[in-house]
Design a protein around this ligand. Structure first.
Ligand code: 5CA
Length: 171
């Protein structure tokens, strides 16, 4: 594992984080989660990048992917294991309407973050959230923290608690 550029620091020193990562740290702290966003020297833009940077398996990376109901336009965030590809037909069954992937502009507008750094919390407005059941198989997982170099570690139970996400099968 590479040394984080800034990390292993208390939430109180999160002022050193870049602005996007700082917003995520603030959300985590507000949710009562005792964990620290770390900014890595290496990119964590994709799940593979993130796994390489932190030294975990791709399956332990929690990807936050934005979809949209094709009829309602309602955005929904699916937090999925980096090892999985979301089955859109299954997701459509879960929500009762066809879905499509959000484009980069919608991702930014509805989450407040750009693709590659979209976190599971700290969004512009509350989102309907689903969590991939496969994430629960890992004692620890890592999620994006607002920028393509920022991540944080938590347990799947903590992820459930801070997002209020519904655990579903996505693949
Ligand atoms: N920081 C990493 C690990 S948590 C990360 O954010 N990974 S991710 O998988 O959640 O974010 C990248 C995802 O953004 C890709 O899997 C892909 O689904 C999506 N994506 C990439 N480019 C586009 C695009 N042009 N439009 C819509 N979605 C995109």
């Amino acid at each position: 594992m590479d040394e984080p550029k800034r990390g292993g620091k208390s939430a109180g020193s999160a002022g050193e984080l870049s602005p996007g990562a700082r917003r995520v740290q603030a959300s985590l702290t507000a949710a009562g989660l005792d964990c620290n966003v770390v900014e890595m020297a290496q990119t964590t833009r994709s799940a593979q990048d993130a796994a390489r940077a932190v030294g975990c398996t791709v399956g332990q990376i929690a990807k936050s992917l934005l979809f949209q109901g094709a009829e309602s336009g309602e955005p929904l965030l699916v937090i999925t294991s980096g090892a999985n590809r979301v089955d859109e037909a299954r997701l459509a069954q879960t929500i009762g309407e066809p879905v499509r992937k959000a484009d980069a502009e919608l991702v930014r507008r509805r989450t407040g973050f750009a693709i590659g750094g979209v976190p599971p919390v700290g969004h512009t407005e509350p989102l309907r959230i689903f969590i991939d059941e496969d994430l629960l198989a890992h004692p620890e997982i890592w999620a994006a923290a607002g920028t393509p170099q920022a991540v944080f570690k938590l347990t799947p139970q903590e992820l459930q608690r801070i997002t209020g996400g519904k655990v579903v099968r996505v693949k």
